[in-house]
Design a protein around this ligand. Structure first.
Ligand code: HQG
Length: 175
């Protein structure tokens, strides 16, 4: 299932064209098109969507009534998820590695190839995000209250990840 989840992430976040798919502007594709492109059954897809530890994918019924699916966050291809800005909790967390600290201290958190910087609402989740990478895991605390006061917009994906455009170094602690 992890393997299929990764293929679905590739198709729905990073390289739909590699599967002969085109995402609409909101990032959706028809479920039937994804099943055909990945040569999988609806049961397999439903198992990944339901069983996915992070609820990475959302399925709903499109404007024409057919089932559609998209990744809830993490895209590198241009999509507009239609998220509305919302008030963040006072503190958010970012898990990373010790080797990135020098650069993060100097320039802040950048979104890289993704659309946003990804932040977690709790330390445990941030620790897991940081631990995906080799090396010592570091969890930085983001003063989201101060950022919001200073006009930075925050969004929350359907699966609870906090998103913002960048985090300048002055809002980071623990670095
Ligand atoms: C680092 C996964 C040097 C940043 C996770 C991170 C998350 C810098 C890496 C989601 C930097 C980017 C996102 C700077 C940022 N200098 N390094 N100035 N600014 N970085 O994967 O936050 O499984 O794009 O610390 O669980 O690790 O895909 O972001 O280490 O929710 O659903 O650059 O991806 O979710 O890496 O992870 P990523 P991330 P999924």
């Amino acid at each position: 299932m992890v393997k299929l989840s990764k293929r679905m992430s590739l198709a729905l976040r990073h390289a739909p064209e590699r599967f002969g798919l085109a995402l609409d502007e909101g990032g959706w594709v028809r479920v039937d098109d994804l099943l055909a492109a990945l040569r999988i059954t609806r049961e397999a897809l439903d198992t990944v969507v339901a069983g996915n530890d992070k609820r990475r994918f959302a399925v709903d019924s499109g404007p024409d009534g057919t089932a559609r699916i998209r990744a809830s966050q993490g895209h590198s291809v241009p999509v507009d998820l239609g998220l509305t800005a919302q008030e963040p909790p006072p503190r958010l967390y970012h898990g990373t590695t010790a080797s990135a600290l020098g650069s993060i201290r100097a320039t802040g958190l950048h979104r890289g190839r993704r659309h946003h910087v990804h932040l977690s609402g709790d330390i445990d989740t941030a620790t897991r995000v940081g631990a995906r990478r080799a090396g010592t895991t570091i969890v930085l605390t983001v003063d989201a209250a101060a950022m919001a006061r200073d006009g930075h917009a925050f969004y929350r994906s359907a699966n609870g990840v906090w998103l913002t455009d960048e985090v300048p170094p002055r809002y980071l602690a623990g670095a």
